[in-house]
Design a protein around this ligand. Structure first.
Ligand code: SAH
Length: 240
């Protein structure tokens, strides 16, 4: 999934920043880096700032134009420190960017474009983007270092994609049905009587409390089978 996401840096001047970006990306499982006319690349400072993410640098694709870097992309977001100036363009904040990317990344190629350290992205470049992304921060000091900006946005994407994955995985779980649970409760009750933990003449509210406990856990079929297996072993021992 992360392989459908690319980070595009436009005319970055400091090679150290390119290395910092590669590191920030790799921390968040992103590996596709596109460099549009970098001022100084490849460069040893980039490699040293990448601190182990030099594989990301090694396969970075250097392009002559933004268009070239955006080929095949169907969702393009441009990161901009200056939200107010482009208010007429669709805008999202970094958290919404994570959600937008997570909900599109299965079927779309996504690019997130970052601007020059001194002047950001030009209006023409911003107009290539479907959305502008702004990282909410101190309005008096809103320009982050480019590697920090990449870190925040990639982290939002990483967390949201992971959450969506977990929800999907949870959906695959086959929960025990009401009748599975009923069979389990009868088995449990019979076993508790057998081991004399439950006196059927004075059951009090034990079974009710146990039902509440197991219902709260909402076991899946495999978990319930394990519990039934434990009860069966107890039954065997008490019958000896
Ligand atoms: N002085 C430039 C800022 C450049 S910082 C300007 O005024 O635009 C380099 C890049 O980091 C920006 O082009 C942008 O892509 C990203 N960036 C920095 N701060 C950001 C923020 N608060 N929100 C979104 N992107 C940001």
């Amino acid at each position: 999934m992360f392989s459908n996401i690319r980070i595009v840096l436009v005319e970055t001047s400091h090679p150290g920043n390119i290395g910092g970006v590669a590191r920030a990306m790799k921390n968040m499982c992103l590996e596709n880096l596109y460099l549009v006319n970098p001022v100084n690349f490849p460069n040893s400072e980039a490699t040293s700032r990448a601190s182990g993410a030099d594989d990301v640098l090694g396969k970075a694709i250097v392009c002559q134009s933004l268009d070239e870097a955006l080929q095949e992309c169907n969702l393009v977001l441009g990161a901009s420190a200056r939200s107010q100036r482009y208010i007429s363009w669709p805008q999202v904040d970094s958290r919404q960017c994570g959600e937008l990317v997570a909900s599109n990344v299965h079927k779309e190629q996504v690019a997130i474009v970052f601007g020059r350290e001194n002047s950001g992205l030009s209006n023409e470049e911003l107009e290539r983007c479907h959305y502008l992304v702004n990282i909410p921060c101190n309005p008096e000091f809103s320009s982050l270092n480019i590697a920090a900006a990449v870190q925040v946005i990639c982290s939002e994407i990483f967390q949201t994609v992971r959450q969506v994955d977990e929800i999907e995985k949870a959906d695959e779980v086959e929960y025990a049905t009401a009748s599975d649970m009923d069979r389990f409760y009868s088995h449990l009750e019979q076993t508790l009587i057998e081991v004399e933990f439950l006196n059927s003449a004075h059951p009090h509210k034990l079974m009710r409390r146990l039902r509440r406990l197991f219902n709260r856990a909402r076991p899946d079929k495999r978990e319930l089978n394990t519990l039934r297996g434990i009860l069966t072993e107890v039954n065997k021992k008490t019958k000896i």
